[in-house]
Write a protein that binds this ligand. Structure first.
Ligand SMILES: Nc1ncnc2c1ncn2[C@@H]1O[C@H](COP(=O)(O)OP(=O)(O)OP(=O)(O)O)[C@@H](O)[C@H]1O
Length: 245
């Protein structure tokens, strides 16, 4: 089976220093990976590389079987059609209604207006957003805005969802419910998920793999159970995740 993600010796220089330092990771198709670590660990930089929004200073990144460094513009656009992205909060266009925000990823899709509206209704129902299509983002709660961002990332039925800032703007109950929704997509469509968060609490039980980063380095990669046992003896992991050994 083709892995959904392979990172091999990935480095990123930012502002004269090494912000990502020799990151190596591999994730199977359909698996869920949680990347966690404190503020400034490099999680967002890494998600931007995985999405092809930035290029690494060195190393190889393969996403859904494609080496990003070898993709031309057209191939990159095709690959993006298989990826949904939720980046850090506040990405909704404030002058667009919820529905128009949701339809953005479909603007060049060969679909009728009827099919687009149907796709929008499906994701709105899935994420508990029914009745909000004509609302403007500023009239929504933070949690609703976050769910619209997630619905927009899912409207084109991606194979891979990259979600930077998992519990950002979602209270723990809504975060759990939302993950429950994603789990059905995982069962039905083999959705691969790469999510980031500061601590592993929200997703650890649902993730197959957990990676812990600190200051651009990968401190740990393994199953949630392995993280739990490693945390018992590794002070560096506990300090990175909870700020104290
Ligand atoms: N455009 C930039 N210019 C300079 N430094 C940057 C830039 N983007 C990120 N950095 C630095 O790179 C490091 C990693 O930042 P990044 O945003 O990836 O961390 P993070 O783990 O996502 O943190 P958070 O949990 O706060 O989102 C930080 O030290 C940050 O200050």
């Amino acid at each position: 089976m083709t892995p959904a993600l392979v990172l091999d010796g990935v480095y990123q220089h930012v502002g004269g220093r090494m912000a990502l330092d020799d990151i190596r990771l591999s994730l199977s198709e359909g698996a869920w990976l949680l990347i966690c670590g404190p503020n400034g660990a490099g999680k967002s930089l890494l998600t931007r590389l995985i999405l092809g929004l930035d290029r690494p200073s060195a190393g190889t990144i393969e996403v859904l079987g494609q080496d990003l460094s070898r993709l031309g513009e057209a191939a990159m656009v095709r690959l993006r059609g298989d990826i949904g992205a939720v980046l850090q909060r506040g990405s909704l266009l404030s002058d667009y209604s919820v529905l128009d925000n949701l339809l953005l990823p479909l603007r060049n899709a060969p679909m009728s207006r009827y099919d687009m509206a149907r796709a929008a209704r499906l994701v709105m129902t899935l994420l508990g957003l029914d009745g909000l299509e004509n609302h403007m983002p500023r009239g929504l709660s933070l949690g609703q805005q976050r769910r619209v961002e997630l619905a927009r990332a899912l409207i084109h039925q991606p194979k891979l969802l990259v979600w930077d800032g998992l519990s950002d703007g979602l209270d723990p109950t809504v975060a759990r419910e939302t993950l429950g929704v994603l789990r059905t997509l995982r069962e039905n469509r083999k959705l691969t998920l790469i999510a980031t968060d500061n601590v592993p609490d929200a997703l650890a039980g649902a993730a197959d793999r957990v990676a812990v980063m600190e200051r651009g380095r990968l401190l740990f990669e393994g199953t949630p159970q392995e993280l739990e046992s490693a945390g018992a003896t590794r002070l560096d992991l506990r300090a990175a995740l909870w700020g104290h050994p």
